[in-house]
Design a protein around this ligand. Structure first.
Ligand SMILES: *Cc1c(COP(=O)(O)O)cnc(C)c1O
Length: 382
């Protein structure tokens, strides 16, 4: 076992070595020809990442700021909003909409399950005055993926806008914004976009743009019409986040060189690997609709999961996440986003196996080593 620190949380994620270098470059001013070119390239790169012909905007905020921006640029107080709540992040978005005065209807989904698009369709038929339907693409707290394509199909014919929190999806697996009738999409830097914390990215459909000028919610920093005007002049509305935008431009360029399909296959392979190792460790998956960006595994009921997580961090230098609220101490969540080598995957499995053994499991380390290496070899992407 090496003594290298491993960060396999579902955000923040490990950084590509080249990103680390870019982040340490000397600072330049954001109003320079050098930066103008980078900004232009990064903004168009984001359209590629979102798979949209509409402009994508960058904001210096965490992902939650992006969720707020997406919402308040199309929302008026008292608007009827259907919030799909399937975990912590769904709760947060519903709370946010309430905070801005929306008439929020929560569609509570049992944790670990995906929403049934028919439920949303039925709500819209009974409530044709619904202005917004919002959901996570992947509910990170339960490692569960929702069927965004199907949801888009049922929401599209109604007057409602379909807002999607893609913070652990955009950049991790396919979520083509235009093709799937998504009206508002948000991504976050420290998750699927493989950068440090500090930026969010949002985009709106044509249907959403019709609503933006009439949206009554107060906003200043997140005023997307002003941001759009600034972008048209080749600037951001406020000071540009030069280091992160430079790194963003690199990350998207790298995905383009590799091809986005291959990039997505790499993440899917990590998810497949983690699922296989979960079984090999005699554990089970928590989610009934597992995401390719993060995997949640059930711990044996007798085990104190919070202590195990801490033990893995202290003794084995590997950071994974536990569960929140009702899942506290019951699950482990392993992220697949960011810069992760095969060696990182293998090491994580071995350290996890040893940690579990310290807590009473009896996994044969030689056997798990062989299974892990075999999977990695046989699934190599050419
Ligand atoms: C992490 C996360 C957020 C919140 O992001 P912050 O950057 O912590 O504000 C929102 N939604 C989802 C699905 C996330 O995974």
């Amino acid at each position: 076992m090496s003594n290298q620190n491993l960060l396999l949380a579902p955000g923040p994620v490990q950084l590509h070595p080249e990103v680390q270098k870019i982040l340490s470059l000397p600072m330049i001013h954001h109003r320079t020809p050098e930066f103008d070119a980078i900004l232009k390239s990064a903004l168009s790169g984001l359209q590629f990442l979102f798979q949209t012909k509409n402009p994508v905007f960058m904001q210096t905020s965490t992902g939650s700021g992006g969720m707020e921006s997406l919402l308040i640029n199309v929302l008026s107080p008292k608007d009827k909003v259907l919030a799909i709540v399937s975990g912590k992040f769904g709760e947060r978005w519903a709370d946010m909409a309430e905070c801005f005065g929306a008439d929020v209807h929560r569609l509570n989904i049992p944790w670990g399950e995906a929403v049934e698009p028919k439920q949303v369709q039925a709500f819209l038929q009974q409530n044709p005055d619904t202005e917004i339907v919002m959901t996570q693409a992947c509910e990170t707290s339960t490692a569960t993926a929702h069927d965004i394509q199907k949801l888009g199909e049922v929401i599209h014919p109604s007057k409602a806008l379909f807002l999607v929190d893609g913070i652990t999806a955009v950049g991790a697996y396919p979520i083509p914004m235009d093709q799937w009738h998504i009206d508002g999409l948000v991504a976050g830097s420290q998750k699927a976009v493989m950068l440090p914390t500090g930026m969010s990215f949002v985009s709106f459909s044509e249907k959403a743009w019709k609503k933006i000028p009439q949206a009554q919610c107060l906003k200043f920093y997140f005023d997307i019409q002003k941001e759009f005007s600034a972008n048209k002049k080749g600037e951001t509305l406020f000071s540009s986040n030069v280091p992160l935008i430079r790194a963003l431009d690199y990350v998207i360029g790298r995905i383009k060189i590799l091809s986005i399909e291959k990039h997505f296959r790499q993440l899917k392979r990590r998810a497949d690997y983690t699922r296989a190792m979960t079984t090999a460790l005699s554990l089970t998956l928590y989610s009934k609709s597992p995401s390719d960006s993060v995997t949640a595994l059930n711990l044996p009921p007798s085990m104190d999961g919070a202590k195990l997580r801490e033990h893995l961090e202290k003794k084995y230098l590997v950071t994974v996440m536990g569960g929140q609220d009702q899942l506290k101490g019951k699950i482990l969540r392993i992220g697949h986003m960011g810069y992760i080598t095969d060696n990182d995957l293998h090491e994580t499995t071995l350290r996890l196996a040893q940690g579990l053994n310290d807590f009473g499991q009896s996994t044969d380390i030689e056997r798990i080593t062989a299974l892990s290496l075999k999977f990695l070899k046989e699934s190599e992407i050419q």
